[in-house]
Design a protein around this ligand. Structure first.
Ligand SMILES: *[C@@H]1O[C@H](CO)[C@@H](O)[C@H](O)[C@H]1NC(C)=O
Ligand SMILES: *[C@@H]1O[C@H](CO)[C@@H](O)[C@H](O)[C@H]1NC(C)=O
Ligand SMILES: *[C@@H]1O[C@H](CO)[C@@H](O)[C@H](O)[C@H]1NC(C)=O
Length: 510
C-alpha cells in the first residue's frame, strides 16, 4: 500500500510540511518575489558551463516545493551588451529540479568585451532583479587569461575556507622531499604496468612524462590542469598523478622511509594517497553540454517521477567489477518485490553470466524511476555515487574503505542509509525504508541538498587549486622540467581568439 509521505508521527522538515498542506488552492507564481542567485551571475567566475539557480515563490511569499503545474514558463535570454558584438552562447531550457527550484545553464563559445545581459523571465515578466548585467570582459572557457592573484580568484569563486579532506590528506606530509620522490616513485610505481604521470608546472605551463604503459587517462589530468591554468596562476610544482584505479601508497606515517604523496582519484582507509575529484565528475564538468549527457548539473533536472510515483524497490545496474554485485543480483532473483538488480556487462566473472543473466542497459536518468538506489563498490569506489546522491532517491550505500573527495561531508542515516559490506542487511534496510516512508524521504532530501552544495562544478576547481597550493607550500626544492618531459599545449581546436586584458602573470614578478 502506498502511504502519504510523512503521514505518520515524524516531525517534518518544512518543505514536506508544505507539501502535505498542498490541498489548499495554490497561489500563483510571482515573478518579482521569486529568487535568483548563483555563480553564473558573477562575471569573474569563468567556467565551462556557467550556472545559476531559481527558486519559484508564490504571490504570498511562500517558496514553491514542486514545479508550477503545466509547462514551465521560466526562461533565460542572454545577449551581448553591445549590439555590435555578436557572441555564440548556448542557453538550454532551465532544468526543472521538481522541487520548486530550477537550474539555469549557459555555455559561452566566445568572449565578449562589453558584457552580457542576462534576462530571466516568467512568461513576459522579469524575475527577481532581472535583467542581470555582467560588465565585460566576460571570458569563455577557452580564453587563456589567468588571474595572477590566486587569493582573489578563490574569493571570486567563493571557495570554501576549509576542505577537511585536504587537511587530512596533507597531515601525513608536513614536508615534501622532491629528491626522494624522484628517486623512489619510478622504482616503486613506474614499472611496465604503471599508470603514473610525472607533471611539472612552471610559470603556468604544464609539462609531463609518463611512467609505465597505462597512462591514456592522462587526457583527464591534462584537461583539468590546462583548464585551471587558463583561469588562475598555478604554483610552480612537481608531482606524480596516479591514473590507475587503486590508491598506491600503503606505507605508514611512522615508517622509515615514510610515505610518498602520490595524487590519486580514489582514496582508501589503508593508503596515504592525496585525492582529487575523480576523473569522471571532472571530465563531465569540463565537457558538459558538449560531449557528455550525464554531469553534475544535467542530472539535477532528470530525477524521474516525484517521490510518490517512484517504484518502491531498490535498483542497481552495473558491471561485474566486484563479487558483491553478483550477490546483489542473486538477492534480487530471490526477492523481486524488494530489489531490481542486474549486471550489464561481464568481464571479471564471465562464468557467472549463464547463471545470473545479463540485464539490458538502462539510461542513468531512468534509475530514478526507483525510490531506492544501491551503491556498491566497483574495483574501487563506484564513481556513480555523486550522481546518485544528486537524484531524489534514497541511496543505500555499501560500507567501504574507499572514498572520494566529498564523502567526509556526508553522514550515514542523515544523508544516506549505510549497508554492510557483505550486504547481509540490505533487504532489511529496504523493508525499513518502505515501512518508514517519511523518514526515508527526508534522508533522500537531506542527501540531495548536501550534495547539491558540495558538488557544484565551481567547487571542483576550488578543490583542485587547493590541493596544488598545499602541495606547493610543502615542496622542499624547486620544481624542474625533467628529461623526457613535454609541454602540454592548450587546445586550439575550439579556441576562438580572445583578448585577455590581464597581463600574463609570471612567477618572477611575484
Ligand atoms: C526559500 O528558498 C530559498 C532558496 O531555496 C531559501 O534560501 C529560503 O530559506 C526559503 N525560504 C523558506 C521560508 O523556506
Ligand atoms: C503521479 O502520477 C500521476 C499519473 O501519471 C499524475 O497524475 C500525478 O500528478 C503524479 N503525482 C505527482 C506528485 O507528480
Ligand atoms: C556479514 O558481515 C557482518 C559484519 O559486518 C558479520 O557479522 C556477518 O556474519 C556477515 N554475514 C555473512 C552472511 O557473511
Amino acid at each position: 500500500m502506498r502511504r502519504l509521505p510523512g503521514a505518520a508521527l515524524l516531525p517534518l522538515p518544512l518543505p514536506l510540511a508544505l507539501l502535505v498542506a498542498a490541498g489548499a488552492p495554490e497561489a500563483p507564481v510571482s515573478a518579482p518575489r521569486s529568487l535568483v542567485w548563483g555563480p553564473g551571475l558573477r562575471v569573474g567566475v569563468v567556467l565551462p558551463v556557467r550556472y545559476f539557480y531559481l527558486q519559484a515563490v508564490n504571490s504570498e511569499g511562500q517558496n514553491l516545493t514542486r514545479s508550477p503545474p503545466g509547462q514551465t514558463l521560466f526562461k533565460v535570454v542572454i545577449k551581448s551588451l553591445s549590439p555590435k558584438e555578436l557572441v555564440r552562447i548556448h542557453v538550454p531550457k532551465p532544468l526543472d529540479r521538481n522541487d520548486g527550484t530550477f537550474l539555469m545553464r549557459y555555455r559561452m563559445y566566445e568572449t565578449v568585451s562589453e558584457g552580457l545581459k542576462i534576462e530571466v523571465l516568467y512568461g513576459d515578466e522579469h524575475v527577481a532583479q532581472s535583467p542581470y548585467i555582467l560588465k565585460g570582459p566576460v571570458y569563455h572557457e577557452y580564453c587563456e587569461c589567468p588571474e595572477g592573484d590566486p587569493q582573489a580568484w578563490q574569493k571570486t569563486l567563493s571557495c570554501p575556507t576549509k576542505e577537511p579532506q585536504i587537511a587530512k590528506d596533507f597531515a601525513s606530509f608536513p614536508s615534501i622531499n622532491l629528491q626522494q620522490m624522484l628517486n623512489e616513485v619510478p622504482k616503486r610505481f613506474g614499472d611496465e604496468r604503471g599508470a603514473i604521470v610525472h607533471y611539472t608546472i612552471l610559470n603556468n605551463r604544464i609539462y609531463r612524462r609518463s611512467l609505465g604503459k597505462y597512462t591514456d587517462f592522462k587526457m583527464f589530468s591534462d584537461e583539468i590542469l590546462l583548464s585551471l591554468a587558463r583561469k588562475v596562476l598555478l604554483p610552480d610544482i612537481e608531482l606524480y598523478i596516479n591514473l590507475g584505479d587503486w590508491p598506491l601508497e600503503h606505507r605508514q606515517v611512522n615508517e622509515t622511509p615514510g610515505p610518498l604523496p602520490i595524487i590519486s582519484w580514489c582514496g582508501s582507509l589503508d593508503s596515504r594517497d592525496i585525492i582529487l575529484p575523480t576523473y569522471d565528475i571532472t571530465h563531465s564538468t569540463l565537457e558538459a553540454m558538449r560531449g557528455v549527457t550525464n554531469d553534475l548539473l544535467s542530472i539535477q533536472g532528470n530525477t524521474g517521477p516525484s517521490w510518490i510515483n517512484k517504484t518502491e524497490k531498490a535498483f542497481f545496474r552495473g558491471r561485474d567489477s566486484r563479487e558483491e554485485r553478483l550477490q546483489l543480483v542473486q538477492l534480487s532473483k530471490e526477492n523481486p518485490e524488494l530489489l531490481d538488480a542486474g549486471i550489464t556487462g561481464y568481464f571479471f566473472f564471465q562464468e557467472k553470466e549463464k547463471e545470473l543473466g545479463k540485464a539490458k542497459l538502462t539510461g542513468f536518468f531512468d534509475f530514478f524511476k526507483y525510490k531506492y538506489q544501491v551503491n556498491v563498490d566497483g574495483t574501487v569506489a563506484a564513481y556513480r555515487y555523486p550522481y546518485l546522491m544528486l537524484g531524489d532517491s534514497l541511496v543505500l550505500k555499501q560500507d567501504s574503505t574507499y572514498y572520494e573527495h566529498f564523502y567526509m561531508a556526508l553522514t550515514p542515516w542523515k544523508h544516506y542509509v549505510p549497508i554492510k559490506r557483505n550486504l547481509s542487511d540490505l533487504l532489511e534496510k529496504v523493508k525499513w525504508a518502505k515501512e518508514n516512508d517519511g523518514e526515508a524521504r527526508k534522508i533522500a532530501k537531506e542527501g540531495q541538498l548536501a550534495s547539491r552544495e558540495l558538488l557544484q562544478p565551481h567547487r571542483l576547481f576550488c578543490y583542485y587549486y587547493r590541493v596544488l597550493q598545499k602541495y606547493a607550500e610543502r615542496q622542499s626544492s624547486k620544481p624542474k622540467i625533467r628529461d623526457g618531459m613535454e609541454l602540454v599545449p592548450q587546445p586550439d581546436d575550439n579556441a576562438s581568439p580572445c583578448q585577455c586584458l590581464r597581463e600574463r602573470p609570471s612567477r618572477e614578478e611575484l
